[in-house]
Design a protein around this ligand. Structure first.
Ligand SMILES: Nc1ncnc2c1ncn2[C@@H]1O[C@H](COP(=O)(O)OP(=O)(O)O)[C@@H](O)[C@H]1O
Ligand SMILES: [Mg+2]
Length: 253
């Protein structure tokens, strides 16, 4: 049975999609069976892995129940994916019935035995789609940039997860905070990292010791729809995500 991870923050541009994409490729390279679920109507992850989100069924169809989740899976070289497109943005107003926070969980439960790891990418914000991702997950990964706005957001994310714990998923655990785009030569980055460590201690949220350095190859690989390990296997981004994968495997046994 797979372990399900969602990657969430209320801010955009922090590295959620990048983290899902790179972790999925790392875990596949390590020999695991991996599925990604794109829960962001912007469909950035779907684009990055070269999925067709125009002509084939998407995660919207899976949560609506018009297609089985298994029929929405597309095989790509470095991961399987259930893609997303802009139609998903209407889901919050369309699905109003009771227990609507369990729609994704219900959709993916039958395919969980096919994978070792499932990674869910989520939109910015802590609304309906993110809560669906959390309700379906065993673990949460919280990417943050080493800056003051990301720090401010941490407490809000923590409160959302606590709310989800009480209301729909008591077993969910925070796997950890991933500090992304870290530059150890920047004083501001070092200070923000130090403050993040204090906040994490106060809230009892672990911070992964392997952070992700700023690495231009990450953006280049995404725009070419290539994963970082094939595009530039020796770049800092590829190495950092490998180490992070190992840390995630070890800490979520
Ligand atoms: N470690 C990194 N080094 C360089 N660029 C990065 C890094 N992480 C993310 N990016 C870039 O930052 C932008 C936002 O990242 P993305 O993963 O799309 O954020 P989110 O999904 O949280 O909105 C993208 O252009 C991505 O390529
Ligand atoms: Mg994204």
């Amino acid at each position: 049975m797979s372990k399900v991870f969602s990657v969430i923050t209320q801010k955009g541009g922090v590295g959620k999609t990048t983290t899902v994409n790179a972790l999925a490729a790392s875990f596949t390279k390590l020999g695991y069976r991996v599925l990604c679920v794109d829960m962001d109507p912007q469909g950035n992850l779907s684009f990055s892995v070269g999925a067709d989100s125009t002509h084939l069924p998407t995660v919207y169809d899976a949560i609506k129940g018009s297609y089985k989740a298994q029929s929405c899976i597309q095989r790509r070289s470095m991961t399987d994916i259930i893609p997303s497109n802009i139609v998903l943005s209407g889901a919050e107003v369309e699905f109003t019935r009771r227990k609507r926070e369990y729609l994704l969980k219900k959709a993916i439960t039958p395919i969980k035995e096919l994978y070792d790891y499932i990674f869910i990418d989520s939109p910015p914000g802590l609304g309906f789609l993110t809560v669906n991702a959390l309700a379906a997950s065993d673990f949460v990964i919280l990417p943050m940039l080493p800056d003051i706005f990301s720090l401010q957001g941490l407490v809000q994310v923590y409160e959302t997860i606590e709310h989800v714990k009480l209301s729909c998923n008591p077993d969910i655990k925070i796997a950890g905070i991933v500090v992304n785009r870290y530059n150890k030569l920047s004083r501001l980055n070092r200070e923000a990292f130090g403050t993040a460590q204090m906040v994490s201690e106060n809230l009892s949220i672990p911070i992964f010791k392997n952070f992700i350095r700023n690495c231009p190859s990450i953006t280049e690989a995404q725009s070419l729809q290539c994963n970082i390990h094939d595009y530039a296997p020796r770049c800092s981004g590829a190495r950092d995500f490998y180490k992070l994968s190992q840390e995630i495997i070890d800490s979520t046994q």
